[in-house]
Design a protein around this ligand. Structure first.
Ligand SMILES: C[S@@+](CC[C@H](N)C(=O)[O-])C[C@H]1O[C@@H](n2cnc3c(N)ncnc32)[C@H](O)[C@@H]1O
Length: 209
């Protein structure tokens, strides 16, 4: 267990070495008045803590380039930038998440490049600029499964070395994992748990060429 660290102010909490804010925090309350995320990018989702824990055990290459797909507030991106000095891009199709990403990045003293795009439209050339793709809780509708699988296909042919996605364990996520398992890629689906900021469980899908 890590040493107990007092938080500098109310509604700030810590997980896996990064600082996060609850929706009650004064900065978040202020941002909410102006920027209203519309596709669930309204907090750091629990699956992001699974991603952090998993990456501590299976670390990315230090100072490599990576992209967080459907980053929302970007907890995974901020964690990778902070812990592994990964040059992170946080990609989301909802531009209203980016002010929150910026606040979290600043709070943790890291840079994360924001990119507004639909991940389903990313070209093989764009994906191929990344060493790794990460994502947490981005496969929650039936309509997301096949397009996301196609993103994986383009990524695997364009030189991406790893894709790591986490999820609480929705049927859609298992469907995506099944599609990946049928390909010649090295696919693992692992039940995982996180202990910070509180215990949570879910699944990790890792795909390598
Ligand atoms: C449930 S939130 C998860 C946010 C963050 N990954 C986390 O774990 O805290 C899903 C995020 O994916 C984004 N998103 C959903 N579909 C997307 C797409 N096709 N392209 C880019 N972003 C997308 C949403 O805008 C939202 O920010």
């Amino acid at each position: 267990m890590p040493a107990l660290e007092r938080m500098p102010e109310e509604h700030v909490y810590q997980a896996y070495g990064i600082y996060l804010l609850t929706s009650q925090h004064r900065l978040i309350r202020r941002l909410k008045r102006v920027y209203e995320p519309s596709i669930h990018g309204n907090k750091a989702w629990k699956a992001s803590f699974l991603l952090m824990d998993y990456l501590l055990h299976h670390p990315p290459r230090v100072r490599s380039r990576a992209m967080e797909l459907g980053c929302g507030w970007g907890p995974g991106a901020v964690f990778c930038a902070r812990r592994f000095k990964v040059k992170m891009t946080g990609l989301d199709m909802d531009k209203n998440v980016f002010p929150y990403l910026e606040v979290l990045a600043a709070l943790n003293d890291v840079e994360v490049t924001a990119e507004e795009a639909n991940f389903n439209n990313l070209s093989a050339e764009r994906l191929g600029r990344e060493y790794m793709l990460i994502g947490s809780d981005i496969c929650f509708w039936d309509s997301m499964v096949k397009p996301l699988f196609k993103v994986f296909e383009r990524a695997m042919t364009s030189g991406v070395k790893r894709i790591v996605l986490t999820d609480p364990g929705r049927p859609t996520f298992y469907e995506l994992a099944d599609l990946c398992a049928k390909r010649e890629w090295r696919t693992t689906l692992t039940e995982w748990y996180a202990t910070e900021p509180s215990r949570s469980t879910g699944e990790v899908l890792e795909v390598r060429p």
